[in-house]
Write a protein that binds this ligand. Structure first.
Ligand code: NAP
Length: 316
């Protein structure tokens, strides 16, 4: 019998073809939805490898139901959806897909920053709805990007790639991390100093116990009235109720959000009622080339684990 690989969403055939010779590949059949929880719990009873998405909750009950499981390979660089303590306890290896998505996610971060600063989505809607009556001196005015201060919280792989883009636009770049780095023309700042100084606060930390709710009422109150918050990290890094209040009361100028506490974000979410928020459906790494490269990493990690070879990109 071939070892079984279960994939929680439908992937393109080219991403899984190489695995089919040696493994029994089972995959959720619908390309618009993810495998429901009950299906996942059923499939892991037999699976030797699990290929997961960031939207799958891989908690203790999943490990308890999976006696054969050797590896979980997550199609993301973030792995906050997986209980690593349980993985460790059950002797299951976990891998992610770092680096191949760095430049793509940095592009999206910068696109969201520009769209928020220059009200691109709102402006597009104004044209389509017929509200554009004439050119007006202060109509659709945004915030300057060139010459502004970019504050990056979470200066890792993607943070550094965003910093390079900021420098290309003539921005002054500050960053905040737990550890300091020696980077050219980029200055370290304590969290409060960064929040008080930056015109664009960009979040690029992982979601951890430490970063959960890191940006709340107090932090938002330190930001400038003309500043924008850009979140491409994970929704849980920001307290959404506090962000809504800050935006509504115009304590900050705007926000660009690729990620939400609950995804998909409910269409009646208060943040979606505000014109000064630009929202995206978690598309940081979403280019054809990058998603295929990420899938290649997952497939290779699974094959290496099941063949007893050394496995790259282990997080556990
Ligand atoms: P990375 O290289 O590990 O960078 C993360 C950075 O966050 C590190 O430099 C780390 O520095 C810093 N950090 C961690 N905890 C912190 C804390 N408590 N306070 C301040 N800084 C902290 O990861 P990456 O590849 O750049 O990815 C970053 C995150 O972006 C991922 O974890 C994921 O959640 C998110 N992401 C989102 C998308 C999307 O589609 N929206 C796509 C890719 C990634 P220290 O350890 O020195 O603090």
């Amino acid at each position: 019998m071939k070892p079984i690989i279960y994939i929680t969403q439908k992937l393109p055939e080219q991403a899984v073809a190489k695995l089919r010779d040696s493994y029994e590949v089972r995959m959720w059949h619908d390309d618009q939805t993810a495998a429901p929880r009950e299906e996942l719990l059923e499939q892991v009873k037999e699976a030797h490898a699990l290929w997961t998405m960031l939207s799958d909750t891989i908690d203790r009950p999943v490990f308890e139901a999976a006696p054969n499981l050797k590896i979980i390979s997550n199609l993301a660089v973030g792995y906050n959806n997986i209980d690593l303590d349980a993985a460790h306890e059950y002797g299951v290896m976990v891998t992610n897909t770092p680096e191949v998505l760095t430049e793509t996610t940095a592009d999206l971060t910068f696109a969201l920053l520009l769209a928020t600063a220059r009200r691109i989505v709102e402006a597009d809607q104004t044209v389509r709805s017929g509200e554009w009556k004439s050119w007006t001196p202060m109509g659709m005015t945004g915030q300057n990007v060139g010459g502004a201060t970019l504050g990056i919280i979470g200066m890792g792989r993607i943070g550094e790639a965003v910093a390079r883009r900021g420098q290309g636009f003539g921005m002054n770049v500050l960053y905040h991390n737990r550890t300091r780095k020696s980077l050219e023309d980029v200055k370290y700042a304590a969290l409060d100093e960064l929040l008080q100084t930056a015109d664009f606060v960009v979040l690029l930390t992982p979601l951890t116990k430490e970063t959960k709710g890191m940006i709340g009422e107090r932090e938002l109150s330190l930001m400038k009235e003309t500043a924008c918050l850009i979140n491409v990290a994970r929704g849980g890094v920001v307290e959404e109720a506090a962000l809504y209040e800050a935006l509504k009361a115009k304590k900050i100028w705007g926000a660009g959000l690729d990620v939400f506490e609950q995804e998909p974000v409910p269409t009646d979410h208060p943040l979606l009622t505000l014109p000064n928020v630009t929202v995206l459906p978690h598309i940081g790494s979403a280019t054809v080339q990058t998603r295929l490269a990420m899938m290649e990493m997952n497939a290779e990690a699974i094959a290496a684990c099941l063949e007893g070879r050394s496995v790259q990109n282990r997080v556990c």
